[in-house]
Design a protein around this ligand. Structure first.
Ligand code: AMP
Ligand code: ZN
Length: 144
């Protein structure tokens, strides 16, 4: 399933230019055109879904499997890679700008200019009751 006007669908079907690292029936990996660090790769399911919830389990599984392999390949490659961040922006508020779900595989090294941080300051730990309430809310939605 592809979506006309989607740049990632165009890359997957070879209608737009990209530097492809890997492609099979389920997933395609190519270099991010604006890499955070050299080697920044995108893993993209061949099935078009704007968001993670719309992606089937098979393609979601294939996406993480390929990201895992790429992380190993980056570490073994000639590119500088002392660690890896996996990042998936799901929704505009999370920073998503291309609405075909994708997983970033970002090589990291000491002193790199990349600023992926969940917190700028260490957060205060909530009370256990609050964490339990959050867990229960998510569990209810999982079980629904
Ligand atoms: P996100 O902000 O998580 O949706 O990430 C979208 C990513 O796609 C950004 O890192 C862009 O640099 C990258 N990108 C956008 N267009 C292209 C393209 N034509 N080829 C490769 N990467 C692209
Ligand atoms: Zn698409």
């Amino acid at each position: 399933m592809t979506d006309s006007g989607c740049i990632f669908c165009e890359i997957i079907s070879d209608k737009a230019e990209a530097s492809i690292v890997f492609q099979d029936d389920f997933v395609t990996a190519f270099m991010d055109a604006f890499p955070v660090n050299p080697g920044h790769t995108l893993v993209v399911p061949n099935q078009h879904s704007p968001d993670l919830a719309g992606l089937d389990e098979l393609h979601a599984g294939k996406m993480i499997q390929l990201a895992r392999k790429l992380a190993g390949a980056l570490r073994a490659s000639s590119l500088r890679c002392e660690g890896v961040n996996l990042l998936l922006a799901d929704g505009p508020v999370a920073g998503q700008t291309v609405f075909h779900v994708h997983l970033h595989v970002i090589p990291r090294f000491i002193g790199d200019p990349c600023g992926i941080r969940l917190h700028t300051e260490p957060p205060a730990a909530p009370a256990r009751e609050q964490l339990d309430a959050h867990a229960a809310a998510i569990k209810r939605a999982l079980d629904a």
